[in-house]
Design a protein around this ligand. Structure first.
Ligand SMILES: C[S@@+](CC[C@H](N)C(=O)[O-])C[C@H]1O[C@@H](n2cnc3c(N)ncnc32)[C@H](O)[C@@H]1O
Length: 214
């Protein structure tokens, strides 16, 4: 989280209540990230989460990414089957729902067959459970998680594991396992209010047999 963001939240939370740490409830990962094997790896919407061995792509020059560009346009500019792996942490919720689907379809196009994409988003189900069970202030939730007005680019859509799976499947991915929300080495930080899924680009043959089965 940048200083600007902390300042904005602090200014917003003028009425007291929970501390920012209590609200965010982040956990340090215990599994350190390892440098990945050689290959082209895109970290889309990288923000402060710059990754060794990955190409960090972000529209905000403040984060000094490797590629400072709109990640949707950047992926659209790449060749078919030219990327080994993609990670998008807390990024697709910054896109309109239809743009997110087209963006993920473009991610599938540029990945090599069997290439993996990991997508992590705020888990709106978990956030709502905290609202009901812990009596969190709805303005705090809107400001931080639901609309995320603390960030320069706000959230435009919300997901849970069911709708994130649907989004990935509609973009043509075979959805694999759930990403460990506390300790996956790709995460910037662990937290119970986030969720993620891995998807794999199927071989063309698998795609054809899946579409025939529908
Ligand atoms: C919440 S941060 C995610 C940071 C990091 N990936 C993580 O998991 O913590 C969202 C990032 O997406 C970037 N972003 C939003 N819209 C974008 C776009 N269309 N193209 C590229 N970056 C974008 C923002 O600048 C911001 O750095």
């Amino acid at each position: 989280m940048t200083a600007t963001l902390v300042t904005r939240v602090a200014r917003y939370r003028e009425n007291g209540g929970m501390t920012l740490e209590e609200l965010l409830d982040v956990k340090q990962r215990t599994t350190p990230p390892e440098p990945p094997p050689p290959g082209v790896r895109l970290n889309l919407g990288s923000g402060i989460d710059k990754k060794e061995g990955w190409i960090d792509v972000d529209a905000n020059p403040e984060f000094a990414p490797d590629v400072c560009a709109d990640a949707v346009a950047h992926v659209a500019s790449l060749d078919d089957s030219s990327v080994d792996e993609i990670y998008a942490g807390h990024f697709v919720e910054h896109l309109d729902r239809d743009v997110a689907e087209r963006f993920l379809a473009a991610c599938r196009r540029v990945l090599k067959p069997q290439g993996r994409i990991g997508v992590v988003v705020p888990d709106t189900g978990a956030i709502m459970r905290r609202y009901v069970e812990e009596g969190l202030d709805l303005d705090d939730l809107c400001h931080l998680f639901l609309y995320s007005t603390v960030q320069e680019t706000h959230h435009k859509w919300s997901y849970d594991l069911t709708t994130l799976r649907r989004l990935l499947e509609r973009a043509g991915f075979v959805v694999g396992g759930e990403i460990d929300r506390f300790d996956d080495p790709r995460l910037h930080a662990g937290a119970r209010w986030q969720c993620g899924l891995d998807g794999v680009k199927p071989h063309r043959r698998m795609l054809l047999s899946r579409s025939r089965g529908r």
